[in-house]
Ligand binder design. Structure first.
Ligand code: ADP
Length: 202
């Protein structure tokens, strides 16, 4: 006796800045939209309220998304405000995509596992390493629990090797290990770098 197809699983796309994570997320989501699957996309809100937005790649492609302040707002949006996520609900989307997952919160982990268990194809994109090349928050937990992990590379801006790290520059100089993640008023930029050319000042 055959069981009905259960598409629930977790896919994670990681890599440094400029490695094409958003492009790859958009590519996968666009295929699902073309196939008339029900697709819902989220990204972290930079301001303090949730709103209609878009996931965009550095090269300019985009898909519509809802900007949220965290996992609780994703849960609320999927279930109708104030109610709990109904397990196995027919109302859940076929596919849920979330960009910049490193800026969500640890409550994202149980939420995406719940969605995958309920039959949703969950596709996440985000940084695996912070600017110091240390594992980024709860991302390792997602990598361990995912069915598939794709690690993308960019191109090192110094030597052209595959870049696995994000170089943080403050006023053109490599950032220090203990520089705060948010620096008010500083001239800050990022470059893709390989292991050799990634510099963290002590
Ligand atoms: P991510 O989401 O990983 O930051 P995006 O999908 O937004 O990446 O952007 C990837 C695009 O960034 C590339 O297709 C290319 O156009 C551009 N890009 C800029 N700098 C680099 C670099 N050093 N190496 C590779 N791509 C780069």
């Amino acid at each position: 006796l055959k069981s009905p197809y259960h598409g629930g699983h977790l896919e994670v796309i990681v890599g440094p800045m400029f490695s094409g994570k958003s492009e790859e997320l958009i590519r996968r989501l666009t295929r699902s939209v073309i196939a008339r699957q029900n697709v819902q996309v989220f990204k972290p809100a930079l301001d303090d309220r949730y709103h209609e937005s878009a996931v965009a790649s550095h090269a300019g492609r985009s898909v519509r998304a809802v900007a949220v302040r965290g996992a609780a707002e994703i849960r609320a949006h999927l279930s109708g405000e104030g109610t709990l996520l109904p397990s196995g609900s027919a109302d859940l989307p076929d596919v849920v995509g979330i960009d910049e997952v490193q800026f969500m919160d640890p409550a994202l982990v149980p939420l995406v596992l719940e969605l995958a268990d309920a039959g949703v194809r969950v596709i996440l994109a985000g940084l695996d390493l912070d600017f110091r090349a240390e594992p980024f928050g709860f991302i390792p937990e997602l990598l361990a629990r995912a069915e598939t992990v794709e690690k993308l590379t960019a191109i090192c801006t110094v030597c052209g090797a595959p870049a696995t790290r994000s170089q943080r520059l403050i006023g053109g100089e490599p950032a220090r290990f203990d520089d705060p993640v948010v620096l008010v008023g500083a001239q800050e930029s990022y470059e893709a770098r390989c292991r050799v050319h990634h510099v963290v000042r002590p």
